[in-house]
Ligand binder design. Structure first.
Ligand SMILES: CC(C)(COP(=O)(O)OP(=O)(O)OC[C@H]1O[C@@H](n2cnc3c(N)ncnc32)[C@H](O)[C@@H]1OP(=O)(O)O)[C@@H](O)C(=O)NCCC(=O)NCCS
Length: 187
């Protein structure tokens, strides 16, 4: 599967081994970069196809009448198909900011009440899950490493990093890195 971070650097580039003389593109925590989700019709990017089905459902849900109802139904069918292909469990009701990257969508689970800000990056096997009925809120440009679990009604601030396999049970301030089980804040 093609790796998306060549176009929009995530954990690997901005935190690990970034060359000081190579300027990484600035990724906004506020303005969604929709090119991160785009794909040509024939290219094989299952995660982007899954996101396209979620966006189609969002658009159809804002419409009225029979046309919108048919579009919504088609989006549901597309979403089911791409959920099976990717192995991701991202419900249609999720509030996902634009510009989301899912380089390897396998095993990504997002609770329907979780919120994800613009231009986030979520690696494989990540769970954004509820505890006591409340789910996490990710700010903008948050990168979540492979296998991390972010649980309960916590807030992850803009530009934060979550390390691989971290279990995050408390708020993560903007611009900091959380690692470990349970997660501690590095900086
Ligand atoms: C979290 C991460 C971004 C930190 O990178 P960094 O800022 O360069 O941090 P360092 O490597 O300098 O490590 C700082 C400390 O955090 C610890 N640490 C780093 N990553 C950790 C992790 N995932 N889990 C537990 N501890 C971790 C280090 O052991 C070190 O601890 P110490 O200060 O007690 O010695 C990076 O380690 C990481 O987990 N990236 C995820 C990448 C990923 O998931 N890629 C998927 C590709 S398919």
């Amino acid at each position: 599967m093609q790796h998306d971070s060549s176009r929009s650097p995530g954990l690997g580039v901005r935190a690990v081994g970034a060359h000081p003389q190579v300027a990484a593109p600035i990724v906004s925590a506020r303005d969604p970069d929709w090119s991160r989700e785009s794909k040509s019709f024939w290219s094989w990017h299952p995660s982007r196809s899954l996101l396209a089905s979620l966006r189609a459902y969002e658009r159809a849900s804002r419409g009225r009448g029979i046309g919108a109802a048919v579009s919504r139904r088609l989006a549901v069918l597309r979403h089911r198909f791409w959920s099976i292909v990717t192995g991701a469990d991202i419900p249609l009701e999720c509030r996902l900011g634009g510009g989301l990257l899912l380089p390897h969508p396998n095993g990504v689970v997002i609770h329907p009440r979780a919120e994800v800000g613009p231009n986030c990056l979520i690696f494989q096997q990540v769970t954004l899950g509820e505890v006591g009925g409340v789910a996490p809120r990710l700010g903008g440009h948050v990168d979540v490493g492979a296998g991390a679990k972010v649980l309960g009604g916590i807030v992850v601030g803009d530009d934060a990093l979550i390390g691989a396999n971290a279990v995050v049970l408390q708020d993560v301030p903007a611009g900091t890195t959380a690692v470990g089980v349970p997660a501690r804040i590095l900086r």
